[in-house]
Structures are given as C-alpha cells and as structure tokens.
Design a protein. Structure first.
Length: 392
C-alpha cells in the first residue's frame, strides 16, 4: 500500500522534552541556535511508530535475535543500491560518531595524527582525541581543504592515520567542494597512501533543488575513502542508526572486532524498522517534506538577519545542511557578540569552537526552531549586535 507523504507534525509530547530525558534543553526564555538538532516538531513520531510492528511482523523472531555483524542484509542491500556500491562495502553503525570512534580504534593508535579542515565538526575532534589521536588543521578556502596544503601536510612525514573531511554541506561553514576540488584531494591522498574519512551526515539535505557533486567515495571508486552516513539528521538521532561505506577488507576488519563478535549488529531491531521505511518510498517522501521545512527555516533566518543587521555581518545562505556561518566585520569581538546575544536571550555557537577561523565567526542552527521562533531570535539579535557595535 502506498502511504501519503506526511502533512502534519507528530504530537510533540512536550512534557517529556526536558533534561534527564533528552540531551540538551534551553533555559526558559532562551532561543538556542547552537545545537545541530531537528526541531521536535520535525521528528517523525507518527511515521516511526508503526515501523517496529512492521519489522516484527516481517522478520519475526529474527528481529529480536543477534543481528549479522555487518548489519541486516536487507538494509545493507538498500543502502548499497541507494549509494551505488556493493552490499559487501556497507556496514550498519550506531551513527557517525560511533563509526568514527570505531575507525579511530582500527586505523589509529595513540600518538598518530589526523588531518582535519581548519574549521570542522568540533565533537568529531573530541572523538579523535579521546582515542589518543592528534587533530592537525590544514588550510582551507571556500571549497574546503586546499589540495596543495594537504599535500604539504602529508609530506611532513608525520604518522597520519587518516584525513577527515566534510565536503558536502560542511559543518560549520555550510560550504560544498566542487567536483574538481574533490578529485584533486583524492589524488593527493592516494599519492601519499592515506585514507580519507568522508563525513556525509548532511548529504541528503540539499535545499535548493540541485544535487551536490558525487561523494568522494563514488569518485574514488570506493578505494581509499571511508564514507560515513547517518539517519540522525533525516529521521532522528534517537534511532542511533547510521552506516559506513568502505572497501570490503576494511568492513571485514571492523565487523570482526570483539564488540560485534560478542553482540552482533549495532541496533539490529531499529535497523530493520528503518528498512521498512527505506524500502517502499516512504523515506524519500519524508526527505522531500523535510527539505521544504528546512528551506523555509533557513530562508526565514537569513532574511531576518540580513534585514536587521545590514552590512555589518555577512550572512551565508548555504545550499543545504543545518547551519548559517556568520562573518563579522573586523573589530568585532567574539566574546562581546556572545555576551550581547546572551543578554538578548539567544544562544549561538562561537566560531572558535570549530577551529581556526578567518576573522570573527559565529554558527547559527536553523534546524531546531519554527520559522516564527527563528524570526524572533533574529529580532532579538539584531539590536543586541547593533548596540554592541555602537559601544565599541
């Protein structure tokens, strides 16, 4: 049976959206533009609810057994078809963070380094340092890491475990690397024999109707690139479900670790539930609806900030993902801008949290609030930041 696309948000159950149940909750009266989360009203409670019953009906006791180490074959086959690779190249994970942690244990060892973009996902760096790896920044421009800078970094003779890149809807900047840039980076990494870990968590959230360039993994023919994907940004992080694409030998190494030999597939029942959603078109209808919702939120926040702040700040309008990357004119202090926002009852993320920035930068997420709430946030921020500028 073909089910209609969702037309309304699920019940919010707001009484349970509180500290101790979910990870982060803003203080009363504060509009938090910091975290890269989906707004509660965008989380598909009504769509996910029947999936477990469908999976249990379809798979029976197999849904409650130890799953195959690499993940259930039906989901891996669907992911492989979707991303143009073989099922043997796909492993189901508990999200990109868990996949990155697993890769750090297999590819890395304490004292090795990881080459990262000058600004990149801050908690990804934390995962690396938790495993004794040392992230080293590589110079970047509007398309991400510069190939010549990557070549110099790899030529220093350091013991590099891997290169960590987000070429599509980059976090925090929102930038996209063009296909020529991607091919140049692949050539550099291949020449030095160092693998690339491609964090593609936002790849399916293009908002302007045009497809981004092919993933690094596709351009490389699956060799020398480990691609990480997630359902956290498209369905919900509470599913704790993602996947990685890598060469079959590496998939075999990863699935042969003791954790999986002991416990089987990561998040087996949930992976079968999502199989039901992915297999009959419902997931793609969900994506189409979600893209429209995120586009509305992005455009609302961009327009309100530009109208309120004028030329004092450059407000990017990314082609996808969750974030705006604001660039302030010289002379603005990150600390003073954060303090002014705090006094206005809006929380934003400091650019310095993500690495070395070119001038004063702030990251604002448009994914976590309704359009009206985002307009209110901009209405608070604009006078607060204009006043901060007048006091300098």
């Amino acid at each position: 049976m073909v089910r209609p696309a969702p037309t309304a948000a699920p019940l919010p159950h707001a009484r349970w959206w509180r500290a101790g149940v979910v990870q982060a909750v803003s203080p009363p009266g504060v509009i938090d533009l910091g975290p890269g989360y989906l707004e509660p009203g965008l989380l598909p409670v009504d769509e996910v609810l029947p999936l477990y019953a469908e999976a249990l009906t379809e798979f029976g006791p197999a849904a409650l057994g130890y799953g195959a180490n690499a993940g259930a074959e039906p989901l891996r086959a669907l992911l492989a078809a979707r991303h143009g690779c073989a099922a043997e190249e796909v492993m189901v994970t508990a999200g990109t963070s868990q996949a990155l942690a697993l890769l750090c244990t297999v590819l890395g060892r304490p004292g090795r380094s990881v080459l990262v973009e000058r600004t990149c996902y801050d908690l990804g760096r934390t995962v690396m340092t938790d495993h004794g790896l040392s992230p080293h920044e590589v110079d970047a421009d509007g398309e991400g890491v510069r190939p010549e800078a990557l070549d110099r970094a790899l030529s220093r003779g350091d013991d590099v475990a891997f290169v960590y890149l987000t070429p599509t809807f980059h976090n925090p900047t929102g930038t996209v690397a063009g296909e020529p840039r991607r091919r140049e980076l692949l050539a550099v990494a291949a020449r030095h024999g160092v693998p690339i870990v491609e964090d593609d968590a936002y790849a399916e959230l293009g908002l302007d109707g045009s497809a981004p360039p092919p993933p690094l993994a596709a351009l490389a023919g699956g060799r020398g690139v480990i691609r990480l994907g997630s359902f956290s940004k498209t369905l919900g992080p509470g599913l704790r479900l993602g996947w990685l694409q890598a060469e079959p030998d590496l998939v075999g190494t990863l699935t042969g670790r003791g954790q999986l030999l002991s416990g089987g597939a990561l998040n087996h029942l949930t992976s079968l539930a999502v199989t039901m959603l992915l297999g009959d078109g419902r997931y793609d209808r969900r994506l189409s609806w979600l893209r429209g919702q995120l586009r509305l939120r992005r455009d609302t926040l961009v327009a309100a900030l530009r109208a309120g702040l004028g030329e004092s700040v450059t407000v990017s309008s990314p082609a996808g993902g969750f974030f705006l990357w604001l660039a302030f004119r010289p002379g603005h202090s990150e600390a003073s801008l954060l303090a002014a926002a705090d006094r206005a009852g809006v929380a934003v993320a400091p650019g310095s949290r993500f690495g070395s920035t070119d001038g004063t930068r702030l990251r604002l997420a448009y994914s976590f609030h309704s359009p009206d709430r985002l307009a209110e946030a901009a209405a608070r921020l604009a006078p607060a930041w204009r006043n901060e500028e007048s006091l300098r």
